[in-house]
Design a protein around this ligand. Structure first.
Ligand code: ZN
Ligand code: ZN
Ligand code: FE
Length: 765
């Protein structure tokens, strides 16, 4: 870059406003370096909505500086808008970084964790004090949220506090012109944290040996626990059945698919289809797990029966250094935990819990303070959709157009998460997991305490789900009991889904919402889960819903789709179901089936539910795809994966007043099975039926109410086929369709919807 030594008197002052994600990512020091390189004087400052720069110079000089800023911005920055205008002349002596005392500025200082950057990977090779240093980082990359204890963001408030910088690191840290200026976790081979491998053969802290032994172990089918950025991973070769078996055994009944980390994009491409947007997601600095369509089978036990595979690319220097020597092009990398518990973050606890299960433990001695899982995204019609919001996203705030100060959305239960309002910012917690697990609920509460401290949050209004027994609701009630000054309101689950979609898209006014999921408590005391509503941020009106069906055995039926299959069949065929020559009826004994129909007839432990999720369960069971689920949404995922894409037919259904009945559909499915129609065809026809239903209801409602903005919400829309087809059909009919993107469409997004509704209802209080 040329140094500007313009001899002419600079008699003009320009103001440049930069908007986007430009805070907490080393942007101001970057602007400083860029300005001094251009020989410009002035200042840079963080503002609520971006960064402002004022400089003296000629128009062409300043324009070239502006172009440099856009072209060379730090990895994790994303510039959305740059405005430059001339303002009255002001003389500047130097270029300085101005500190601002605004609270919301310090909130946005906390960046999510950032994948190692290109320059650091280069430094790994040729910077003498960092050759092969596995915890290398700079202002543009490295751990952030996972190591922060408190504000302001500086080293003493991170888990790097106990490491004293060597003179070399300190000189880089103090030099405004260095890429490591104020990089809080800066470290090198002389002074930084180190890795350690422990296994039966002994312990070593020699990094070269750690890599060599890890490669040997992994190739031999070992299962390793490896400390990542926000928690431990369980790691084995994706092409060695022994490692996968060990993992399956350790995770017990869990049949959940595992995510893979590939050496690079080229290797990944051999196993999955990667579109342009998906590629951008995979290499983005957030480095999420991206759900991608499989090209063929990979080793058994990884994602059996599913059409997609969760894929990520290396994001820590250790991953790169390991893959350099590793033979296998892909590793299974899954959360280091036992079933529903939170991922482990402490070296001691991992040793305690995993010894005997794993063949080695790889740790480093920098503490993880904030637990943060890998995030999961999927690309729907070229738009990335976050399904699990954690590493790389947390705690980036979502900017909204309204005042949310002091409001807490406590979230749902199965996918716990909360969301707090500071000014116009919505701060969503990382994914915590199923709150019904005691340790997960503790994690949720601990995270809440930490967020309160970190973001200087004082609750004034708590918004919870309508369900009185959700642990998040109980948590909300306790906050209110402890402090009567806090107000408390409840929000219906499916309304919150739609509100979170509205918030994500920045919509206001009334929309038509399709809120499809497993279950949520309705305002009539029944379980809902397939709601068509007219909604705004204050209230909603239920226009249509699926017919209520018996859920034989209650909660048990959500884990055993065959029960729902029997429920639907019983409704269609009554006692004749015993004569049906279909796999579901043949698979279970007369007595087993009789027990279920008995529960239904006598209404014992059989609540009535109106649920899209349960309908998917029923069809998956009737087609023989899934009788017992070993993980959440297994049946719907298998049904989606089974789709024969060449089939465009559908089944009939009925609409009576506000209820949609699927008796005709179930009859059609059974007839098809009896005719020997393939499962793929049945699955396709089933999906097309729902697409047609949504289109028909949308047209009908638009005809009456004029609503033409449609928000899709709820876990069912994680189904890519369904979401894509629905959007396509609706857009063809000139509807505007919105699917939450940055806010998860599933129950993790409930908290954000609650927050938005709370903010609007408060105005009426
Ligand atoms: Zn870096
Ligand atoms: Zn050092
Ligand atoms: Fe839900």
């Amino acid at each position: 870059m040329k140094r500007g030594t313009n001899k002419k008197q600079c008699s003009e002052t320009y103001r440049i406003g930069i908007k986007g994600l430009v805070q907490g990512v080393g942007f101001r020091p970057f602007v400083f370096r860029m300005a001094t390189d251009h020989g410009l004087k002035g200042w840079v400052e963080n503002r609520n909505d971006g960064v402002v720069v004022e400089v003296n110079g000629s128009e062409s000089q300043v324009a070239s500086f502006r172009e440099g800023v856009v072209a060379h911005a730090p990895t994790a920055a994303s510039i959305e808008l740059v405005e430059m205008r001339k303002i009255p002349f002001e003389p500047f002596e130097t270029f300085e970084i101005r500190e601002s005392s605004d609270v919301s500025e310090s909130i946005t200082e906390i960046s999510p964790d950032i994948a190692v950057c290109r320059e650091c990977l280069d430094d790994l090779r040729d910077q003498p004090h960092r050759i092969g240093y596995p915890l290398i980082n700079c202002t543009h990359c490295g751990p952030r949220f996972s190591i922060i204890r408190d504000l302001p963001y500086d080293r003493t408030h991170t888990t790097m506090a106990s490491f004293e910088m060597c003179p070399l690191c300190r000189s880089e840290y103090s030099n405004l012109h260095d890429r490591r200026f104020h990089a809080q976790p800066v470290a090198c081979n002389h002074c930084g944290p180190v890795y350690r491998l422990e296994n039966a053969e002994g312990t070593t802290e020699d990094f070269k040996e750690i890599v060599a032994r890890s490669c040997e172990l992994l190739s031999g089918g070992a299962l390793l626990a490896v400390k990542g950025t926000g928690g431990f991973h369980l790691v084995c070769s994706a092409f060695n059945g022994d490692g996968i078996d060990k993992l399956r055994k350790m995770k017990r009944r869990d049949g959940k698919p595992f995510a893979l980390m590939f050496r690079n994009m080229e290797e990944a491409r051999r196993y999955v289809e990667i579109g342009e947007t998906e590629e951008a997601e995979l290499i983005s600095w957030r480095r999420p797990i991206v759900l991608l369509r499989k090209r063929g089978e990979i080793t058994g036990g990884i994602a059996d029966g599913l059409a997609t595979l969760g894929v990520m690319l290396p994001y820590m220097p250790f991953h790169y250094l390991l893959f350099e020597q590793l033979e296998t092009p892909a590793l299974v990398m899954t959360s280091g935990n036992f079933s529903e518990e939170p991922i482990l973050i402490s070296n001691e606890r991992t040793r305690e819990q995993f010894t005997g299960y794993v063949d080695g433990i790889i740790t480093y001695n920098r503490e993880i303070y904030n637990r943060v899982d890998d995030s999961v995204t999927a690309v729907i019609r070229d738009v990335p959709m976050v399904l699990r919001r954690a590493r790389g996203y947390t705690p980036s705030p979502i900017r909204t157009g309204f005042d949310m100060e002091g409001i807490l959305g406590a979230g749902a239960e199965l996918t716990g998460s909360f969301c707090m309002g500071r000014g116009h910012l919505a701060l969503m917690s990382q994914y915590t997991g199923d709150l019904k697990n005691l340790k997960t609920f503790e994690f949720y509460q601990e995270t809440y305490e930490r967020y309160c401290r970190l973001f200087r949050f004082t609750p004034r209004l708590v918004v919870s789900d309508l369900h009185p027994d959700y642990l998040s609701t109980r948590f909300a009630r306790r906050l209110v009991e402890e402090n009567p000054a806090i107000a408390h309101i409840s929000v219906q689950h499916h309304h919150a889904h739609i509100a979170s979609g509205m918030l994500n898209a920045g919509l206001d006014g009334e929309v038509l919402g399709f809120s499809f999921d497993g279950t949520g408590l309705g305002t009539d005391g029944h379980m809902w889960g397939a709601e068509v509503m007219k909604a705004d941020y204050i209230t909603f009106e239920r226009l249509f819903h699926f017919e209520y069906m018996p859920l034989p055995g209650g909660d048990k039926a959500t884990k055993e789709p065959w029960r729902m299959g029997i429920s639907y069949l019983h409704q269609c065929f009554g006692e004749d179901i015993f004569d049906l020559k279909i796999p579901l009826i043949q698979r279970f004994s007369r007595q087993e089936i009789g027990n279920i129909t008995g529960l239904i007839r006598k209404k014992i432990n059989t609540p009535m539910v109106s649920s899209a999720g349960r309908l998917f369960d029923a069809v998956a069971a009737i087609t023989g795809l899934n009788y017992h689920s070993t993980y959440q949404a297994e049946a719907p995922m298998l049904l989606e994966s089974a789709i024969d894409h060449s089939e465009n037919g559908s089944y009939p259904y009925g609409i009576e007043e506000s209820q949609v009945s699927f008796t005709p559909l179930i009859r059609g499915v059974v007839e098809d099975i009896l005719k020997g129609t393939s499962t793929g065809t049945v699955a396709a026809k089933f999906h097309h039926t729902l697409v047609e239903l949504i289109l028909r209801l949308s047209m009908e409602i638009r005809g009456k109410n004029g609503l033409d903005r449609i928000v899709l919400g709820g876990g069912t829309f994680q189904n890519r086929f369904l979401s894509e087809k629905v959007m396509e059909k609706l857009e063809n009919e000139k509807f505007k369709v919105y699917l939450p993107g940055r806010i998860p469409v599933n129950d993790q997004g409930i908290a954000a919807g609650q927050l938005a509704i709370g903010a609007h209802r408060r105005k009426l209080m």
